[in-house]
Design a protein around this ligand. Structure first.
Ligand code: DC
Length: 230
């Protein structure tokens, strides 16, 4: 059967990656978490001292981007690819609130975006890919056969994210998580280069009141319609 490209964009913590993984597994497609790539560069910037609470050396980061190598390798336990920064598995370290607090600033840099977009387009060359992010349907794969745009209220998203962070043992409070989500929404939608917007041909799904299964069935049905129409 012919393979398609599926782009899943939307606001932070709308559960894009959860449904993208479910869908990729069901279809036997490759799943790519593009946000993990922006997070890995952010971790690099933190480790190299280019970004901290009180300074951001944008020029320094840009001139060192050639030292950043991002790759994915399948994790045999989770059956999902983990992200590697210069050969080291950073999957866990890129998910902290500290990285979340800086990542939107790093993702706003055009040089960072063009480097990652190129890599993302290469990963999708053979189709059969489900990629989630902010600009997948607008910039990375403008010709994707199926584009989903996910939304949910900021409070609902913060509740889900807070639960996730607490469950993995992070010491955070709810208001801090909500603040991070609201701030990222603002930066992601207001940046000059590839701001988060719904592609004209994307289908919007508000999952504030949907269970994971309802959401999956909904998107699976849309996928089936596209595949049957090929
Ligand atoms: O999906 P995520 O929350 O892990 O993404 C982290 C950040 O990276 C998010 O705040 C915006 C940015 N991002 C982006 O600008 N473009 C993408 N395609 C994916 C993520």
């Amino acid at each position: 059967m012919q393979k398609i490209t599926i782009a899943i964009d939307g606001y932070s913590s709308t559960g894009k990656s959860t449904v993208a993984k479910q869908l990729a597994k069901y279809l036997g497609y490759v799943y790519v978490d593009s946000g993990a790539m922006y997070r890995a560069i952010t971790l690099f910037a933190m480790e190299q001292g280019f970004i901290s609470d009180d300074h951001f050396d944008v020029k320094g980061l840009i001139s060192n981007l050639e030292l950043v190598q991002i790759s994915f390798k399948l994790n045999k336990e989770t059956h999902v690819a983990d992200v590697y920064l210069n050969g080291i598995n950073v999957e866990k370290r890129i998910r902290t609130l500290e990285v979340s607090n800086f990542v939107s600033q790093v993702a706003a840099i055009s040089e960072v975006r063009s480097m990652l977009v190129k890599q993302q387009q290469q990963m999708g060359e053979e189709r059969g890919v489900v990629m989630d992010g902010r600009d997948i349907g607008t910039v990375v794969f403008p010709k994707a056969e199926l584009k989903i745009f996910m939304i949910a209220s900021a409070e609902k998203r913060a509740q889900r994210r807070y639960k996730e962070l607490i469950e993995r043992g992070d010491n955070v409070d709810y208001s801090e998580v909500l603040h991070n989500i609201q701030e990222r929404d603002y930066i992601d939608t207001h940046r000059k280069d590839s701001p988060l917007i719904k592609a004209d041909d994307a289908i919007e799904i508000d999952n504030s009141n949907l269970t994971l299964d309802e959401q999956f069935q909904n998107i699976l049905q849309l996928t089936t319609q596209v595949l049957e129409g090929l």
